[in-house]
Design a protein around this ligand. Structure first.
Ligand code: FBP
Length: 546
């Protein structure tokens, strides 16, 4: 590899730490613990997953003698958005497979799940993967957001696995991808294919977690990167004393990233979507809350500050959901579309739509600046729907707050930021590097023991790496039935921020102080070669996990 930086060179040599329970795979023996069932919708899930339902939690123990293992053929795929540590799942999986049997082989499907359907793959040899040890990104094999859902896709996946004579398939993905892994596991079992499917919990969003999955990988690295950037902006704001920074943070629906970054940096305000929903807050109420904070700080001569906004906020504001569904309905009418297209100016188009909205939606629409109104009317997906996730909430709030403050003669100098992609592909933090390498090992051991429909799990993560506990958790036990695009489907339940969690309580306890005083905290950039307390630090929300 050319153009290798000095840090990259050092990290390529880093040997991730494994927990004690995974240090000697030759004597590892599985222990069947209690059976795990879903918390709700048991009957429906049992019906859909006859072969993978009601399985035991798997733990590991060391036997006195070494076990005879067979060489295995295993494939791996990335599914969904990038998250730091993905390459270490692959290197961990590769190293573990070779430790279990030196003739085992690992393949990588290209560009995500579509690679399984189209049978596009490469063999991952030591020479290839050695360049990716402790590296960020998913570029070794690429990723994609395709799903394997239709009978034709499932059958193609079956044919690919059969052709490659795969003993195992490891799906590295978020909640939906792991649901998909379980669908594949069930399909393969139903059709007597020997390929065991194992999921690995990935997503920077942190919303794939439950009793046994303490965190998804990538969350630690992403929140460390965003927090460093936020803290730098806080210090800049404190130095120049002239701007308010409205920072939107990636994370899809859940606000785990915003909450973690707030706990790390102590901004003047952080909006948590789950609280907005709980308090039934409207856009006007959120605007007033921010405007009040700015007014209060203005009295102290502090015309600067930092406000964090979670990416999914809009979805949690009821009036917005109603407005968007009304707009989708109105604009799906061909006649209205034609009338709009025949109007020349944006103002005319907006006026025309305003006549067709209900009173409540009109109130909400009128709060919006023209740029967002334009986005709502014109920027639509192939199904004609508003692209909610692309609405620039940070800019929207700047405009609505500006308007409110103008009435009080307070001028707002605000700048907007969006941190997302910059946190997904960096070198993994040492926590993510060790966690992912170990998750890869667990996946290999589960396949070696002919287990399918399981998620690789490590818990006790607050403790020293040595003491982490490895497990296999039946994926069906994490599922419930939800309506998706109007159809009832089995899916892994997305974990949102819980308002009675210790992490939220900690934020709640401190936020008044952070609003007024400039109590900013500066976590600094990720450290790789420092005292363990710094280099192996874990998310605050993980430390405070109930
Ligand atoms: P996953 O859920 O697939 O891990 O992706 C998470 C995420 O980074 C979200 O935070 C963000 O909303 C989304 O991906 C962006 O998607 P894309 O990479 O397709 O632009």
């Amino acid at each position: 590899m050319t153009n290798i930086s000095s840090l990259q060179k050092e990290l390529l040599k880093y040997n991730p730490t494994l927990p004690n329970c995974l240090k000697d795979l030759s004597k590892l023996k599985i222990v069947l613990k209690e059976k795990a069932y879903p918390k709700t919708d048991e009957k429906e899930i049992e019906k859909l997953f006859k072969n993978t339902y009601g399985k035991e939690i798997i733990e590991f123990t060391s036997s006195s003698s070494a076990k005879e293992n067979q060489a295995k053929k295993v494939a791996v795929v990335f599914s969904g958005g990038q998250a730091s540590g993905g390459h270490n799942v692959i290197t961990g999986l590769f190293d573990a497979l070779k430790k279990l049997h030196p003739s085992s082989k690992l393949f990588g499907f290209l560009k995500g799940p579509i690679g399984i359907v189209n049978s596009k793959y490469i063999e991952l040899t030591k020479e290839i993967i050695d360049d990716y040890r402790n590296m960020g990104g998913f570029d070794l094999i690429g990723s994609g957001r395709d799903k394997i859902e239709t009978d034709e896709q499932l059958n193609n996946a079956y044919e690919t696995a059969k052709k490659l004579n795969l003993d195992g398939l490891v799906v590295i993905g978020g909640d939906d991808s792991n649901t998909n892994a379980c669908v594949l596991a069930e399909y393969f079992k139903k059709h007597d294919l020997k390929t065991n499917v194992i999921g690995v919990p990935k997503t920077i969003d942190g919303d794939l977690k439950n009793e046994y999955i303490e965190t998804s990988f990538g969350f630690d690295t992403a929140t460390k990167i965003y927090s460093d950037l936020i803290a730098n902006i806080q210090r800049d704001a404190l130095s120049a004393k002239k701007y308010y920074h409205f920072i939107k943070l990636m994370g899809r629906s859940a606000s785990h990233i915003a909450l973690e970054c707030a706990l790390k940096t102590h901004p003047n305000m952080a909006i948590i979507s789950e609280e907005v929903l709980n308090k039934k807050m409207t856009l006007e109420m959120i605007t007033k809350e921010i405007a009040n904070l700015i007014e209060e700080r203005n009295k102290d001569n502090k015309n600067y500050g930092v406000i964090l906004i979670p990416e999914g906020l809009i979805e949690f504001i009821d009036e917005f959901k109603i407005l968007i569904s009304e707009l989708n309905k109105i604009l799906s009418d061909k006649k209205v579309e034609e009338e709009i297209n025949n109007l020349n100016s944006l103002n005319e188009k907006i006026k025309h739509i305003e006549q067709l909205l209900s009173k409540e939606s009109l109130n909400c629409f009128n709060l919006l600046p023209n740029s967002i109104k334009e986005q709502l009317l014109l920027d639509r997906d192939p199904h004609g729907n508003v692209k909610v996730s692309q609405i620039e909430t940070e800019k929207l709030l700047i405009e609505t707050v500006k308007k409110t403050l103008k009435e009080k003669n307070i001028k707002l100098n605000a700048l907007s930021h969006f941190f997302g992609y910059e946190g997904r592909s960096s070198f993994p933090s040492l926590f993510d590097a060790n966690y992912c390498y170990s998750l890869g090992h667990v996946a290999a051991v589960l396949i070696n023991n002919n287990l399918s429909g399981y998620m690789s799990s490590l818990s006790n993560l607050k403790d020293n790496t040595d003491n982490w506990i490895a497990r296999g958790i039946p994926i069906t036990s994490m599922m419930n039935i939800e309506k998706r695009h109007g159809i009832l489907k089995p899916v892994i339940k997305k974990a949102l921020v819980e308002l009675d969690s210790k992490a939220f309580k900690e934020f709640e306890k401190n936020r008044k102080k952070w609003a007024k005083n400039d109590d900013y905290a500066y976590p600094g950039p990720i450290q790789y070669f420092a005292d363990h307390e710094i280099s192996l630090s874990i998310p605050i929300s993980l430390i405070l996990r109930d």
